[in-house]
Design a protein around this ligand. Structure first.
Ligand code: RB5
Length: 156
């Protein structure tokens, strides 16, 4: 599986370590930046948007986003049509984000989780399959909400 990665300066060091971890497990990584932890002039929305667009376009299958908290970068990714990005600071939420919500991007904060916890979060997210069934209906409702407001914005 191909994973798209994005982080601002706060997440670069953790992202590098996690990419190596996932590569060892056989995943293919594509890094959409930031590449320099010392470049504090960057803004997290750029990387949330790039990974969101890559996942939505099918360039990569799923994404991982890291900023200081995971919040700003995931909020941005969630503005890209087709994206369901979930901020998860522990493995249970990461498991459920895939099992019930079929999230296609996982996000967390490099200033919130340590590297071993981040690895457990990734293991849960990428080791879980969407359950479907009644949860498909609910995910469809999330996407219908997005489609409704996209259409409305297009008409204005
Ligand atoms: C950058 O200092 C910080 O605001 C950012 O990494 C993130 O936590 C935003 O949500």
């Amino acid at each position: 599986m191909k994973i798209g990665w994005g982080s601002d300066h706060a997440g670069v060091v953790l992202k590098r370590e996690l990419m190596a971890y996932m590569e060892e497990k056989g995943y293919e990584n594509v890094d959409y930046g930031n590449y320099d932890e010392n470049d504090r002039t960057d803004d997290y929305p750029e990387f949330g948007r790039k990974v969101g667009e890559a996942v939505a376009a099918g360039e990569v299958e799923q994404g991982v986003l890291i900023c200081g908290t995971g919040i700003g970068i995931s909020l941005t990714a969630n503005k890209v049509p087709g994206i369901r990005a979930a901020v998860c600071s522990e493995p249970y939420s990461a498991h459920m984000a895939k099992l019930h919500n079929n999230a296609n991007i996982i996000a967390f904060g490099a200033r919130v989780v340590g590297r071993d916890l981040a690895k457990m979060i990734l293991d849960e997210f990428f080791g879980t399959e969407f359950e479907g069934g009644r949860h498909q209906r609910r995910v469809d409702q999330i996407m219908a909400t997005e489609a409704f407001y996209s259409k409305k914005a297009g008409e204005e």
